[in-house]
Design a binder for this molecule. Structure first.
Ligand SMILES: O=C(O)CCC(=O)C(=O)O
Ligand SMILES: [Fe+2]
Length: 322
């Protein structure tokens, strides 16, 4: 039986898909429609994805899954899933000027600290806090399109150095972080936070800095995207830090204009699959008293957009999949 009964409802940014069957094989025609909608809208929202199996099956309509490069975040039951929140991922709290929050994640593209960023990811929310906990997504293709021609020319051929930053202390005050009031919680506010932060500092050393282009021509749709991953940006190559920070801030402010941003208030079993080449995303965070738990797949088909900053030490990579 044809499964073509799905409907794609455009949101102001992205689109929601209704009518996806709850079980069974997803036929090729349906997969084709989903894929075309994904490329057209940048991300798709599904409701009522009630199991890991369904999340994996729908994710696989968009490409092969990959095992996330950071072992610490993998789900012990299934290496193709990572955990967001939950007892194993108890991240340090931050203070945002009003409250202590957990799960607050600054704007980024997944795995943009590596030369091969992943193609996309599907996040499904299993446990949802009553208050807050939204995920934000920004369409960087539309943001690029609206830039002034002079700024587009300035960005031509421009590259930036990207560095993983797992320690919130290092991101505070950084121009790429739009929550300028955020600071890590003190040990008094969040007993154990110093030790938890110490557990993640080693991760940074395993991921040498990389260089990515500021603008990416999408390999499938051909649209140009403002390819920044703000929280990982160290500086634009060839610029003094002040000039680089000013440019970064101006671009981030532009990308975060409400017309390019969608804020998703989760319901249990909602799932969003984003095109990581086109969209960047962030987590608003929630109050520590409320549990929030999500499971995420990662789409392989790595895109070699970058190279190591220090190629002498880490080697140029010559083919796409080596
Ligand atoms: O927790 C969120 O809202 C965003 C999480 C995130 O960045 C991710 O799943 O890649
Ligand atoms: Fe992410």
């Amino acid at each position: 039986m044809s499964q073509i009964g799905i409907t794609v409802h455009p949101l102001p940014v992205g689109a929601e898909v209704a009518g996806i069957p709850d079980a069974g094989e997803l036929d090729p025609e349906l997969r084709g429609r989903l894929y075309a909608a994904w490329l057209e809208y940048g991300f798709l929202l599904f409701r009522g994805i009630g199991s890991v199996e369904r999340q994996l099956a729908i994710s696989r309509c968009f490409g092969e899954l990959e095992i996330h490069p950071v072992p610490e975040v993998r789900c012990p039951d299934n290496p193709y899933l990572i955990e967001l929140g939950g007892p194993r991922r108890s991240a340090a709290y931050v203070f945002d000027g009003a409250d202590l929050r957990v799960n607050r994640i600054a704007w980024h593209r997944d795995t943009a600290y590596s030369p091969d960023i992943c193609k996309g990811a599907m996040l499904r929310m299993v446990e949802v806090p009553v208050l807050d906990g939204e995920t934000l997504l920004a369409d960087t293709a539309r943001a690029y399109e609206d830039l002034e021609p002079a700024l587009k020319r300035r960005l031509e051929g421009l590259e930036y150095k990207a560095t993983i930053r797992t320690d919130p202390l290092r991101t505070v005050g950084h121009a790429g972080v739009f929550w300028t009031t955020v600071r890590p919680a003190t040990e008094d506010e969040d007993p154990g936070s110093t030790a938890r932060r110490a557990r993640t500092t080693g991760i940074d050393d395993r991921y040498p800095s990389v260089i990515h282009p500021a603008v990416l021509t999408h390999p499938e749709s051909g649209v140009k995207c403002l390819f920044l991953s703000p929280t990982y940006v160290d500086h634009f190559i060839g610029m003094e830090r002040q000039e680089s920070n000013e440019l970064l801030l101006a671009l981030v402010e532009h990308m975060l204009r409400p017309r390019y941003v969608y804020k998703h208030k989760w319901r249990v079993n909602d799932a969003i699959i984003w095109d990581n080449r086109r969209c960047m995303h962030a987590g608003m965070g929630n109050l520590p008293a409320e549990p929030r738990f999500g499971l995420r797949t990662t789409l392989a088909g790595p895109l070699r957009t970058g190279r190591y900053f220090d190629e002498a030490a880490h080697g140029p990579r010559t083919t796409l999949l080596d």
